[in-house]
Each structure stands twice: as structure tokens, then as C-alpha cells.
Design a protein around this ligand. Structure first.
Ligand code: NAI
Length: 470
């Protein structure tokens, strides 16, 4: 252990350099604050290093490969064999990640954010001690502290992750080769994204989900359609089913399911949710209040029960998304610097990178129906000229509105470019527009976004490109 180094007082010390923490750091610096970000790993957190960005890079490779398989339908003639090189796909991913992570370091320098590489522990409400790889300690004095330590893959104790047979997505992102077959436990966001990616890369995928449907937090029509798409990719999905045991056998592992069936696969991918990174931060000694599920309790202003300590992002356990962490960070920084900001998630979309993509904003039909008398409208993507031209025919748009006021309450999309198109709907929901107001916009043509306009007209039985309801 080396001596403790002391540094000047910071206005804000942020623990965690993921999307929530690093953007909060830069935002604080823009506002003139003296700020430090403490990160034990590479900057960028799960999102840049192990989540959003690497998975999207791999999905892009898988989609390109899938397109090659469909070359015939575009009038293309490929001669000879084609395939993919997994290590080259990983190298491409790593290059993309490396460039983005390096970019954060550059941004810190240009904005004057101090970066400490080490493990941050809060010793009292005014001090954070950073322990580096060699055991050296630096004591930072902070007027305000923001905890942005995020989350990690959840481990089910009965099925310990060994990185060989039972994996998390972190292992697959660094795997030397892909298995021939895989059992994915959990058909939530991660499970479904990986199921599509792996099946496009010719891996045989089996899935088990304990709830009645895949993507259980989305509208039930979205679940029904995504299950149909999984089936088209020959993914075998068991819903309402739990894994009772996993042991060696068969193709590598043999899983006994609660429905009495057994499933074989080379490996198992656990995608059953995330655990909060709250350990060894000194929270217990501080008396910091936690929620029942172990996440950190804050108000809408991101303050914990200790006035100058804030928490943002996954570690709060409310919504586990990179972009809501960024929003939380904005709120926390404003308040740490004397403002009176509160979180506002109205119009925050959900974007899921399956193939076809899934995106939604606002209330599901079920949620809306509990509060309002609702009307719904659906428009199938395959009707659109652009969908036909691109041979991306799967999916639909569903709108949910208040029957009395026509206010849009929810928009649910499945289809090509859905994760981009949803932002038009997100703005409509945020601005509390009516379906008629959305339909009044003249959309470009031919674009998949026209589905929003047609579905909006459809709510009033006025869609030009749908048969008229009697
Ligand atoms: P999740 O909560 O979305 O899904 C986990 C699924 O596993 C649930 O459907 C759950 O019912 C099921 N499950 C749990 N225990 C089970 C068991 N023993 N047997 C069978 N099924 C079981 O969590 P996931 O997919 O791990 O994602 C973690 C977080 O990361 C989520 O909050 C998600 O929103 C976020 N994320 C967001 C992405 C995006 O926005 N595109 C991409 C990836 C993750």
C-alpha cells in the first residue's frame, strides 16, 4: 500500500464512467464545475464495452450475413461459398468499441474533467477514496457525490456462471468461437436480441422464459409478433417455463424444464435480468437507504437520503437503460449545482435490436385500458412500398389512444427501422398530441414511417391504404 494522495476539493465526484457517469461529468464541466470521474475499468461502462455498442456491432454483422443469404430475392447471383469469420467479426466490434472509448478520454481532456482509474469507495459524505490497480490510494474531497456504478448480469445461484458451459453475454462477446447450439434462459431484451443475432449466424437457439410471453414488458401484440418471428428463425421457445436443473450431458449441457421436457445445447446463456453494483462502495457505513430489491433509493431529484449524495442510472433500479441514465445524470448535476430539476421520463422510448426491430413509447394497451377508454389501430408494415422494395415485410404499428380526447397514449412498433422511427412517436407522446395531429403531418414517401400516419388515420377509420371497417 502506498501513501494516500490528497487532491483539491471537487464540486462533484462521480463514481462510475458509464453513459450516466461520463456524460454527467462532461455536463458538470460545461456548467463550470470542478469535476472528477472515477472508473475502475475502461470508460464507457457496460453500454460501450459489453452492452449496447458491441452487441449492435455484432448484430450488424449478423444482419449483413442474413442479407447475403437472401441475395437471390434481390436479383443478385452469388457464386461460390460464403460464410463468416467470427474472430474477424469480434475484431471489427473491438475496433468500434476502442474508438468510442478512446473518444470519451479525449472529451474529458477537452472539457477539463479529471479521470481517476481505480475503485471508488465513499468513506464519508465528503470523501471518496480511489484505490488503483497497485493498491495506491487517492483521497478526493467532494462537495457532492454522484453514484453511477450501474449493474451487471444477474446470477442464479443454482446455475453458477462458469464461463464455459453457463455464460453471460459478456462471455459471448469475447468467445473464441460460437457454439453450434445454445439454450437462452430468459426471453427479455438481452435474451431476444441474442436469439436473433445467434440464429442469423446459424446457431441453433432454444429459449426458456418463465413468464407467459417473450418481451413481457412490451405490449402483448408485440410479444405475439416477436414470438412469430422467432419461430420463423426456427428458435424453439418455451414460455411459462422454468429451468429446474442444468447438468452435463447431450450436446454439452442438459437442462430439465418445469414442463417436464429436457433441452440439450452446447452452452447456456443466462439472460435473466441484472444485479445492482452497490457492493463495497461504503453505502452501509453511510446509512444510505436502499430499495427492497437492493437498488439505491432516490427522489425524482436523484438525491439519496444523504443530501449531497446522488444516484443515477441502473443502480437506482427504476429503468435500466443507458439513455435514462444520461437523463438522470443531467438532473443530478443540475441539483448538485444548486438547481431544482426533477426526472421526466414522458416520451422515453424503448428500443430493442431484434430483427425485425421492436420499439415502443408510452402505455401498452393493457396499461392504458386500466385508466382510459381506449381505441387502437394497427397498420401492417408489408403494405408499404418501402417495405416491399427492401424486402422487409414483417411487423406492424399499433397505436393506442384515449377514445374521448383522441390523445395518443402508446405506440408499439415491430419492423425494419422501428428503433429510429419511434422517435417521431416519442415526440408526439411527449407533446401530448392527438392521433389526428400525428396524422396531419405529411410524411415523406416511400418511408416506413408512413406506417405511423396510416395507423393514426386508421384510428378514425380513415386510412387510405387499409380496407374500410364497416
Ligand atoms: P429482462 O428483465 O429484460 O429479461 C429477463 C427475462 O428473464 C424476463 O423476461 C424474466 O421473466 C426471465 N427470467 C428470469 N428468471 C428466469 C428463470 N429462472 N427462468 C426463465 N426465465 C427467467 O433482463 P435482461 O434481458 O437481462 O436485460 C437487462 C436490462 O438491460 C433490462 O432492463 C433491459 O431493458 C436492458 N437492456 C436494454 C437493451 C435495449 O434497450 N436495447 C438491450 C439490452 C439490455
Amino acid at each position: 500500500m502506498q501513501g494516500v494522495v490528497k487532491i483539491d476539493t471537487y464540486d462533484i465526484v462521480i463514481i462510475g464512467g458509464g453513459p450516466g457517469g461520463y456524460t454527467a461529468g462532461i455536463r458538470a464541466a460545461i456548467k463550470g464545475a470542478k469535476v472528477a470521474v472515477v472508473e475502475v475499468d475502461r470508460l464507457g461502462g457496460v453500454c460501450l464495452n459489453k452492452g449496447c455498442i458491441p452487441s449492435k456491432a455484432l448484430i450488424a454483422s449478423a444482419v449483413q450475413y442474413q442479407k447475403l443469404k437472401e441475395a437471390d430475392s434481390f436479383g443478385l447471383r452469388l457464386s461460390g461459398e460464403f460464410g463468416y469469420d467470427w474472430s474477424a467479426i469480434l475484431a471489427r466490434k473491438e475496433k468500434i468499441v476502442g474508438a468510442l472509448v478512446g473518444g470519451i478520454g479525449q472529451l474529458f481532456k477537452s472539457h477539463g474533467v479529471d479521470h481517476f482509474n481505480g475503485y471508488g469507495r465513499i468513506v464519508n459524505s465528503k470523501h471518496v477514496v480511489v484505490t488503483d490497480e497497485e493498491g495506491g490510494e487517492t483521497k478526493l474531497t467532494a462537495k457532492n457525490i454522484i453514484i453511477a456504478t450501474g449493474s451487471r448480469s444477474m446470477n442464479i445461484p443454482a446455475f453458477p456462471i462458469d464461463g464455459v458451459r453457463i455464460l453471460t453475454s459478456d462471455h459471448l462477446l469475447a468467445a473464441e468461437s460460437l457454439p453450434r447450439s445454445i439454450l437462452i434462459v430468459g426471453a427479455g431484451v438481452i435474451g431476444c436480441e441474442w436469439a436473433f443475432m445467434l440464429s442469423m449466424l446459424d446457431v441453433e437457439v432454444r429459449m426458456v422464459e418463465m413468464l407467459p410471453r417473450a418481451l413481457p414488458l412490451e405490449d402483448s401484440d408485440t410479444s405475439r409478433l416477436i414470438e412469430r418471428e422467432l419461430k420463423k428463425r426456427k428458435v424453439k421457445l418455451f414460455t411459462n417455463t422454468k429451468v429446474d436443473s442444468i447438468g452435463p450431458g447431450g450436446e454439452g449441457v442438459l437442462a430439465e424444464l418445469s414442463n417436464g421436457k429436457t433441452l440439450e445445447a452446447n452452452q447456456v446463456l443466462m439472460a435473466v435480468g441484472r444485479a445492482f453494483n452497490t457492493e463495497e462502495l461504503g453505502l452501509e457505513d453511510l446509512g444510505l437507504k436502499l430499495n427492497k430489491n437492493g437498488s439505491i433509493h432516490t427522489g425524482a431529484d436523484m438525491r439519496t437520503n444523504i443530501k449531497n449524495i446522488f444516484a443515477i442510472g441502473d443502480v437506482r433500479g427504476e429503468i435500466m437503460l443507458a439513455y435514462t441514465a444520461v437523463h438522470d445524470g443531467t438532473v443530478a448535476v443540475d441539483n448538485a449545482l444548486g438547481g431544482k430539476a426533477g426526472k421526466d421520463y414522458l416520451g422515453v422510448p424503448s428500443v430493442i435490436f431484434t430483427h425485425p426491430e421492436v420499439a415502443s413509447v408510452g402505455l401498452t394497451e393493457e396499461q392504458a385500458g386500466a385508466k382510459y377508454d381506449v381505441i387502437t389501430s394497427k397498420f401492417p408494415i408489408r403494405t408499404l412500398g418501402k417495405a416491399q422494395a427492401e424486402n422487409e415485410l414483417s411487423g406492424e404499428v399499433k397505436l393506442v389512444a384515449d377514445k374521448k380526447t383522441d390523445r395518443l397514449l402508446g405506440v408499439h412498433m415491430i419492423g425494419s427501422h422501428a428503433t429510429e422511427i419511434i422517435h417521431t412517436a416519442a415526440l408526439a407522446i411527449r407533446q401530448k398530441l392527438t392521433a389526428r395531429q400525428l396524422g396531419e403531418l405529411t410524411f415523406g414517401h416511400p418511408v416506413i414511417s408512413e406506417s405511423l400516419m396510416e395507423a393514426a388515420h386508421g384510428l378514425h377509420n380513415e386510412s387510405v391504404h387499409m380496407p374500410r371497417r364497416k
